[in-house]
Design a protein around this ligand. Structure first.
Ligand code: CA
Ligand code: CA
Length: 482
């Protein structure tokens, strides 16, 4: 049965036995026995058996995948007019399908996609599938043959290969947006639940490019909880590979989902070189971008402060806070940001978070960009300080805002210049006397070089693996932040 081609040794699947009896010899009366997976309102075909008559009981298997949130299976058969068939089912069994089932080998999530998808598996209930691709493309001129272009070159949008990009990554996972693709289509690549009680470090390369392209999401699903979007990029990010790294801590088993939303009619979303590893000492390689979706990115309470900040969502803001109801990364109530929670503390008290010790900056410095939210009269004060490792706790104040900054996220940036010594960056909030107050930050990014003056044109990034964000180049390695 062709559906068994989907199976690999890690796949959650189900199996059943069937018998189709027909004493009508008419050649027109073959039967479609269908199996569908039903999730919420969505129905997807898993298996169709086109069979006239069984000579004995037959076995069928189909891939299901570990489905967060559960699912139903529907077996159906439409008898034709005056049909005399009987369809019988027996011994329906499920393997590796429960949320707690973690099959052997499922930790093989570090993947360059050169041979296979490792232990990442497709969500067959979603509307699209990721394609493991090495630059081949389907000739759209109508003859249907697959054309091999130069290895590592992906042709886009037309059969003449007039628009192409060199990937130099061998095989990668790809979702293409085309004129005939439903923009709401979603492709999901999933992991099995990884054991809880550990810190898991995840990094990957991604590429999102096109005039009308959707978004790429990294989603987690903790056992017994709803899915959480931890990381997301929407719209074109330029014609180059970019790098993301994320940190996860979870007491419960945690499952990862990489979701591409097509979003438009032209462009593509690709991922490659996923690295997933358990942390030995509880910390992951430094993150150069911190959205606070999965963790504090290694920020620590400053010991001498009166209080420390917390990672919260807009949904948890109390009435006496003037903090944002949506974070900056996702713009939703479910998005996380770092809040000083000033409403909890008396006027004048001071809360501070600091990075781990950072290596000296390049000779031309480094630029820290961030988003901050301060709304309300006498809300308080936000400062960014730099504390050299040899300064015995003396920090220099680089940036300060005081009082009402309006009802929206604002962009801040500050040049860090410390080429000779290690240092730490401190985010400090002082509580004001206003009746409703808070200070919040989100989306920290550390990049090479001094911050450019306001209004300067974006420059080109020289190296493959560096990324242009907020007009600045982010280096892919070595890591710097935290
Ligand atoms: Ca690859
Ligand atoms: Ca965020």
């Amino acid at each position: 049965m062709s559906s068994s081609l989907f199976l690999n040794m890690f796949s959650p699947f189900f199996s059943f036995w069937f018998y189709i009896y027909d004493n009508d010899s008419s050649p027109l009366s073959s039967t479609d026995l269908r199996v569908q997976i039903v999730r919420d309102a969505a129905e997807t075909d898993l298996l169709t058996i086109d069979k006239k008559h069984s000579s004995s009981w037959e076995n069928a298997t189909a891939f299901i995948g570990n489905q967060p949130g559960g699912y139903k299976l529907r077996f159906s058969y439409n008898p034709s007019f005056m049909d005399t068939k009987e369809v019988m089912l027996d011994d329906i069994t499920f393997e590796n399908c429960g949320q707690e089932d973690i099959p052997g080998g499922s930790e093989r999530l570090t993947c360059d996609f050169e041979q296979d998808t490792c232990s990442w598996y497709h969500d067959y209930s979603s509307s699209l599938l990721w394609d493991r691709n090495n630059g081949r493309f389907e000739d759209v001129s109508g003859n249907g043959k697959t054309v091999q272009q130069n290895p590592g070159v992906l042709c886009l949008w037309n059969q003449f290969c007039s628009t192409y990009i060199s990937f130099s990554k061998g095989y990668f996972m790809l979702v293409k947006a085309e004129y005939n693709t439903d923009p709401s289509s979603v492709a999901r690549l999933m992991s099995f639940p990884q054991p809880g009680g550990q810190t898991i470090c995840v990094s990957f390369f991604y590429l999102i490019f096109g005039n009308s392209i959707g978004s790429l999401k990294f989603i987690t699903k903790r056992s017994g909880e709803a899915e959480t979007v931890v990381w997301m990029r929407s719209g074109t990010q330029g014609n180059k590979w970019r790098f993301a790294d994320l940190t996860f801590t979870s007491d419960k088993p945690i499952q990862f989902v990489i979701e591409a939303v097509v979003g438009g009619e032209q462009g593509y979303i690709a991922i490659d070189d996923i690295v997933v590893s358990g942390s030995v000492d509880g910390s992951c390689p430094p993150e150069r971008e911190c959205s606070f979706q999965g963790s504090l990115c290694g920020l620590l309470p400053q010991p001498s402060a009166d209080f420390h900040w917390n990672r919260i969502t807009g949904a948890s803001q109390p009435a006496n806070s003037s903090g944002p109801t949506a974070d900056h990364t996702l713009g939703t109530e479910q998005g996380y940001y770092l809040s000083a929670e000033l409403w909890r503390y008396p006027e004048g008290s001071r809360g501070a978070m600091m990075t781990a010790v950072m290596e000296p900056t390049p000779s031309d410095g480094e630029c820290l960009t961030f988003w901050y939210y301060m709304e309300g009269a006498d809300v308080g004060e936000l400062s960014v300080l730099l504390q050299p490792a040899d300064s015995h706790g003396n920090a220099s104040r680089l940036w300060t805002k005081r009082g009402d900054q309006g009802r929206h996220w604002r962009h801040g940036r500050v040049t860090l210049f410390r080429p000779d010594t290690q240092f730490q960056v401190i985010f400090e909030a002082k509580a004001g006397g206003g009746p409703k107050r808070d200070v919040s930050i989100d989306d920290l990014i550390f990049v090479n070089g001094a911050c450019p003056p306001a209004g300067r044109r974006p420059r080109q990034c020289p190296a493959l693996g560096s990324a242009l964000v907020h007009s600045l180049c982010i280096r892919a390695s070595p890591p710097r932040f935290l």
